[in-house]
Write a protein that binds this ligand. Structure first.
Ligand SMILES: [Zn+2]
Length: 252
């Protein structure tokens, strides 16, 4: 256990801290636990990011290679978990009344418009629109689902899904390509074509055209999710009705 662990934790979370001060003496334990979890999961991800950087340092070894994918997978799981905990914070603060087990950061059934419309009364993201429209628009802008090749957020969520539910490794080494581990353009595609590019004398893998390098992807995802989490907390604090709303939680 490194004794300088505090240096590996996520630095300044100013908006998160300001909300902590606001809610610290409320009687809502679910809110407090969810809010603490957001920070803890970001700490986990940051600590693992630090470890990932260490195992990437030369010289390479079997042990380091073995650790790379394991650490990457943990980072993705913790980052998504930080976002999902933020959804619980919103559900509590805005008293959305969505069942604990049904709370999720995405629109319900976002992949099926008809099912989404039927479930919109239980959709956290739809319900936020009436209470904090700025927060709702920010989330719609920042967390776009769709094509994993085009939308970073879709890729993160789909990588997490594959890591948790599928019996295969998400990051692959590309034979004949650059050294290192790369992530597929679309994690749902299990088969792919390999062609040979005569000009560059390299094989081209149809599902690895973006060449998303594992460490770079983990680093950019961590910064983006940190920004999104802080922005969500900032937009909650900017809501001029939030203090009034909080008062209710202090009553016995
Ligand atoms: Zn919705």
């Amino acid at each position: 256990m490194p004794n300088h662990i505090e240096k590996m934790l996520v630095p300044n979370l100013q908006n998160w801290e300001n909300l902590r001060i606001l809610i610290q003496s409320t009687k809502d334990e679910i809110l407090q636990v969810a809010h603490t979890t957001v920070q803890t999961k970001l700490h986990y991800a940051n600590m693992q990011l630090n470890l990932l950087n260490q195992v990437y340092e030369p010289p390479s070894s079997f042990e380091k290679m073995f650790m790379k994918r394991s650490i990457f997978e943990s980072i993705i799981i913790n980052l998504v978990s930080a976002l999902e905990s933020t959804a619980h914070v919103m559900n509590q603060i805005y008293e959305l009344g969505i069942d604990y087990k049904q709370v999720t950061i995405d629109h319900k059934f976002f992949y099926n418009e008809r099912r989404h419309n039927q479930a919109s009364r239980n959709c956290l993201r739809c319900k936020i629109k009436d209470l904090n429209p700025k927060l709702a628009s920010f989330l719609d802008e920042a967390l776009q689902r769709g094509s994993p090749s085009e939308q970073w957020y879709e890729a993160v969520m789909e990588y997490r899904h594959q890591i948790v539910h599928r019996p295969h490794f998400i990051a692959m080494q590309i034979a004949g390509g650059p050294r290192g581990y790369f992530l597929p353009d679309d994690p749902k595609i299990m088969t792919q074509k390999v062609t040979f590019d005569k000009k560059i004398h390299q094989p081209i893998y149809s599902n690895f055209t973006l060449m998303r390098e594992m460490k770079q992807f983990a680093e950019s995802s961590a910064s983006l999710i940190l920004f999104i989490v802080e922005e969500i907390h900032g937009l909650i604090l900017d809501d001029n009705k939030i203090k009034e709303r909080m008062k209710k939680f202090f009553e016995f």
